[in-house]
Design a protein around this ligand. Structure first.
Ligand SMILES: [Zn+2]
Ligand SMILES: [Zn+2]
Length: 98
């Protein structure tokens, strides 16, 4: 049973390791335009990381019309991924793909 699903717009692609899931999110989906600052970032994990590393929760809530449950859910996803993922491996895989 794969442990990680993509989840972008209901995408149910599933992966055994989190690095593959992030590579899929980055290569398999449209880029996401940050609603706070307009930066184009890969959707999925990188979009979440951008939102919470670069902006405050208040900015996120305002720009995305989100509630605190949505913030907590994303913070939980980010924490789970960062506990598990070898992000250097992700970056290496992304560098190698076209
Ligand atoms: Zn997907
Ligand atoms: Zn931004």
């Amino acid at each position: 049973m794969p442990r990680w699903t993509c989840g972008i717009d209901g995408c149910d692609a599933a992966f055994d390791d989190v690095e593959s899931a992030i590579v899929h999110q980055t290569n398999g989906h449209q880029r996401h335009e940050c609603k706070v600052c307009g930066t184009i970032v890969p959707d999925g994990y990188f979009a979440i990381r951008h939102a919470f590393d670069e902006h405050t929760r208040a900015e996120f809530v305002r720009a995305y019309d989100a509630d605190s449950a949505a913030v907590r859910r994303r913070e939980g996803i980010k924490r789970d991924i960062e506990r598990e993922a070898d992000l250097q491996r992700v970056v290496d895989q992304l560098d190698r793909s076209p």
